[in-house]
Design a protein around this ligand. Structure first.
Ligand code: PLZ
Length: 456
């Protein structure tokens, strides 16, 4: 290939923020090429791996995903809160290209490299609290959660892990045990890991006004004390805003009370910020909102602009409890993923993306309030920053309506808007766009949502 052909190829392949920021439908969604690929997928890929929207991607960037049929869709999912800086963001692409040309892997445990250390330094600086911290890097959110539990157990010499109703922490054996919802995450996959105990979450919409944050915390703590015993608790692990559980925001005061109790009884308080972290909620981390300082924080998703990377960060004395060689993995902190993370963090800082998340949140909650005023099927609007959701219910009550939620989501898909559902009852529509989403596209996406609520 000549130089000019390579340059042409790069131009023609480019996704990223330079893509036209528009919704454009040139075929039905999914179109014929996607449909053909979906048939091939069926013959090659195990059926257990699900699909939200059977559109095959050609490129993506800013607030859009362009499919193989040439449709340009508005992305309100960000690959489940991953591409917060936008797909193929400039600083991510530049640093990944440079790193991949230098070396792709040595294994940090065999011969270390600087990028891993730099990511740990950034995490130690950015996560809540100014105490002495250490970090360790892994590949997926579930792996980070597993390691947080290992570290907490090594530190405390205790075994019990306390989690909450509606929690989601992953699909590995230990994290399946920690995840609340049976279908599709756990069904037929047991037996699950022992010493995992579940207590009630603060869920203002379903708790009602009488159960404020302090009361909900007392309800959870009373159960732990009665059924587990404070002295047995290695860690209390919680999403500060629940993700797959339906963007459940606990009542004010709940998290601080649970964190304080954990500290008092010598249990490690772990915030799972895998979905909420890295500017998503309008702060670097969701715990910042109430000034909660967790002992350990798990991160993944938004950390690396789409490359697989995850971390546990926390108090040096807790993080350093496991023996040398006790933590690790072949790929954990892969150099290309670390380069991507440094690019993503640089982008968040330079573009002040936590503040952009607040703007996006204000726009979304305005539009959702407008729709909810006219449609009784929306029982609750909740979330924070660029992490907003509505709970769809049977009009006049709180009974979940997953069928309507699914129908609304399917209509959005057919109109070129990528939406996700969530929630224990499958009745939550959640909106978590890339923070690179321009206002005009966001407005257009919510116009589509408004139309469907009118029609259904
Ligand atoms: N903790 C809070 O949100 C991942 C799961 C999608 P992994 N959420 C998306 C699916 O259906 O598998 C998640 C999370 C929180 C942990 C995890 C697990 O992260 O990177 O998917 O392992």
């Amino acid at each position: 290939m000549t130089d000019s052909t390579v340059a042409d190829l790069q131009m023609s392949l480019a996704g990223g923020p330079g893509l036209p920021q528009e919704r454009r439908l040139v075929t039905a969604v999914p179109g014929p090429r996607s449909t053909e690929l979906f048939a091939r997928r069926g013959a090659a890929v195990a059926r257990g791996v699900g699909t939200t929207l059977p559109v095959f991607v050609d490129r993506a960037g800013g607030g859009v995903i362009v499919d193989v049929d040439g449709n340009s869709l508005i992305d309100l999912g960000a690959g489940i809160a991953v591409v917060s800086v936008g797909n193929a963001a400039d600083a991510v692409v530049t640093r990944v290209r440079e790193q991949v040309a230098r070396f792709t892997h040595t294994c940090f445990m065999v011969t270390p490299y600087d990028g891993y250390v730099q990511v740990c330094e950034a995490l130690n600086r950015l996560t809540p609290g100014d105490h002495d911290k250490r970090s360790a890097l892994f590949n997926s959110g579930a792996e980070a959660v597993e390691n947080a539990v290992k570290i907490a157990r090594a530190h405390t010499g205790r075994q019990a892990v306390v989690v909450f109703d509606h929690a989601y922490h992953g699909r590995t054996n230990l994290t399946m045990a920690m995840t609340a919802k049976n279908m599709p995450y756990k069904h037929s996959f047991g037996p699950f890991a022992p010493e995992v105990y579940r207590v009630p979450m603060s869920y203002p919409f379903r708790d009602g006004p009488d159960i404020d944050g302090a009361t909900a915390a007392r309800r959870a703590i009373a159960l732990i004390e009665a059924q587990v015993g404070a002295a047995n608790v290695a860690c209390v692990l919680i999403e500060p805003i629940q993700g797959e559980g339906g963007f459940v925001v606990p009542a004010p005061g709940f998290l601080p009370a649970i964190a304080a109790w954990s500290r008092d009884v010598g249990a490690v308080f772990v915030a799972d910020e895998i979905q909420t972290g890295f500017c998503r909620t309008g702060d670097w981390f969701a715990c910042d909102h109430e000034g909660v300082v967790p002992d350990l924080v798990t991160t993944a998703k938004g950390i690396a602009g789409g490359l697989p990377l995850a971390a546990v960060t926390g108090r040096a004395e807790i993080m350093d409890a496991p023996h040398v060689g006790g933590l690790g993995g072949t790929y954990g902190g892969n150099p290309v993923a670390c380069a991507a993370a440094l690019g993503a963090i640089e982008t968040m800082r330079e573009q002040v993306l936590w503040s952009r998340a607040r703007e996006i949140g204000a726009l979304m909650s305005d539009r959702l309030t407008g729709i909810a005023d006219k449609h009784e099927a929306i029982g609750d609007i909740r979330g924070r920053g660029a992490m907003m959701a509505v709970e769809v219910v049977k009009p006049g009550g709180k009974q979940p309506d997953p069928v309507r939620a699914g129908a609304v989501s399917a209509y959005c898909h057919s109109q070129g808007v990528v939406t996700l559902t969530a929630g224990t009852y499958g009745n939550v529509l959640r909106f978590l766009p890339p923070l690179a989403m321009p206002d005009h596209l966001l407005a257009e996406a919510f116009d589509v949502l408004e139309q469907i609520f009118k029609a259904h």
